[in-house]
Design a protein around this ligand. Structure first.
Ligand SMILES: Nc1ncnc2c1ncn2[C@@H]1O[C@H](COP(=O)(O)OP(=O)(O)OP(=O)(O)O)[C@@H](O)[C@H]1O
Length: 264
């Protein structure tokens, strides 16, 4: 395992000795992870490696052993409202969103502003601006008066992404954010993510699209409930770790100035 923490500013997110079980089976085995502010990190690895489980632990959504610190403070001790202001979550496939099918798109995205609103207060102009910015950045503004249930899978994903963006959190955790997105909207997501990180946000994305994952600043490579490598996306050791966890069935290439991973 390689660590580059000595090169990084103080971590925005710090996980130490994380263990987690699902259905009585241990699926995370002592994870240590330090993520710098202003950095986009992709988590990759084979099916069942524990990527989504780790992301849920980092979001405070799953009981675990060990400790998660957010900007130096224990996540467990952060009041729920503060956590919801500082941490935005995009879950896999919009899980749990089925019951929201009757909601207007604009209202779904406004839910991202709830942590910023006073109890029962109407949305402020700042809330409305944040919702419009988020919907425009995912090209979903034109659907604001439609219901979520009237949208295709990719359109729905762009609305849920807009909801996460509308939080305007310092830390964004996204599980398979590209699910159902066509290539132009995948490219838009990458551009949005890069600009969020450039503006100081910390972004963690679980991705199966390895060539997109390799556009991040850092790659966390997982297998069998452990981090087997954490390094920059330009590092040959990172590419070797990626090829290794996929049993040499992918190869990393440099094409037109970008890293791409092709199956073989
Ligand atoms: N409810 C459950 N009970 C027992 N084991 C579970 C349960 N849910 C998931 N697991 C197991 O936990 C492990 C980690 O699952 P997780 O969803 O975190 O993997 P992942 O790396 O995100 O996989 P994928 O790439 O397929 O989405 C897997 O081996 C999975 O079979």
């Amino acid at each position: 395992m390689s660590h580059r923490n000595d090169l990084l500013p103080p971590p925005a997110l710090q996980a130490t000795g994380i263990q987690a079980s699902l259905g009585g089976v241990r699926v995370l085995h002592g994870i240590d992870l330090h993520l710098a502010a202003g950095c986009w990190t992709s988590i990759v690895g084979p099916n069942g490696a524990g990527k989504s489980t780790l992301l849920r632990v980092l979001a405070g959504l799953l009981g675990h052993g060990g400790e998660v610190r957010l900007f130096g403070e224990p996540l467990r001790e952060l009041p729920g409202r503060v956590r919801a202001q500082r941490l935005a979550w995009l879950g896999q496939g919009g899980a749990g969103e089925g019951s929201a099918d009757d909601l207007r798109v604009g209202d779904v995205v406004m839910l991202g502003r709830l942590p910023h609103q006073r109890w029962l207060a109407a949305p402020s102009p700042a809330d409305r601006d944040a919702v419009e910015r988020a919907l425009r950045s995912t090209h979903a503004w034109d659907w604001r008066d439609r219901t979520l249930g009237e949208l295709s899978g990719g359109e729905r994903q762009r609305v849920l992404l807009a909801r996460a963006l509308a939080v305007e959190a310092e830390l964004l955790l996204m599980d398979e954010p590209l699910a159902n997105l066509d290539p132009p909207h995948q490219a838009d997501w990458m551009a949005t993510t890069r600009s969020l990180a450039a503006a100081g946000a910390t972004v963690v994305s679980v991705l199966h699209e390895l060539s997109v994952a390799l556009a991040a600043d850092q790659l966390v490579v997982m297998a069998q409930g452990r981090i087997v490598h954490h390094g920059t996306c330009d590092d040959p050791a990172t590419h070797a770790a990626l090829e290794h966890v996929f049993d040499q069935r992918v190869r990393v290439h440099r094409v037109a100035g970008q890293w791409i991973a092709l199956p073989r």
